[in-house]
Write a protein that binds this ligand. Structure first.
Ligand code: DQA
Length: 143
């Protein structure tokens, strides 16, 4: 099984970006954590980050065509991108929507997600620890 972890805008700046909200782990550290978790689970994990919506849409098409599960932190797109939603809706394998912060404790505009009703599950507020948890669940439910 191959699992994609897709991170959207501003997540490449993890570690520098609002550390009181998102913590001190860098995106490189997060990617290494995901790959290492995959090795422990016997699952191939590929982590990508983009600030470009069209690139994310293309990656979701690739995951849909390959039948791969996705852990998706769509960042701000979560709250308004119908293009990302429509691409994610084409996945046949599980989709885990993930947020490092607890979006429901934050500004009202972060409370709505255009992804949650098409996601298999949502993880929010566990910091970067949410990623290995999502990968463990996917490995235990290969479909
Ligand atoms: C986020 C929460 C979003 O509201 C925000 O725009 C992000 C990151 C999170 O991981 O907590 O960029 O998805």
């Amino acid at each position: 099984m191959k699992v994609f972890v897709f991170n959207g805008p501003n997540l490449g700046r993890l570690g520098k970006r609002e550390p009181s909200v998102y913590g001190s782990t860098t995106h490189d550290d997060l990617a290494a954590l995901c790959v290492q978790t995959g090795e422990e689970l016997g699952v191939e994990v590929e982590v990508r980050q983009t600030d470009h919506e069209g690139e994310m849409v293309g990656w979701l098409h690739e995951a849909a065509d390959g039948g791969h599960p996705v852990v998706l932190n769509a960042g701000a797109w979560t709250h308004y991108s119908i293009a990302v939603r429509d691409a994610a809706a084409q996945l046949s394998a599980p989709l885990i929507e993930l947020h490092i912060s607890n979006v429901h404790k934050r500004e009202a505009f972060r409370h709505h997600s255009v992804l949650s009703d098409i996601a298999t599950a949502v993880i929010a507020g566990l910091g970067v620890d949410g990623y290995p948890l999502a990968l463990r669940w996917l490995a235990a439910h290969p479909g």
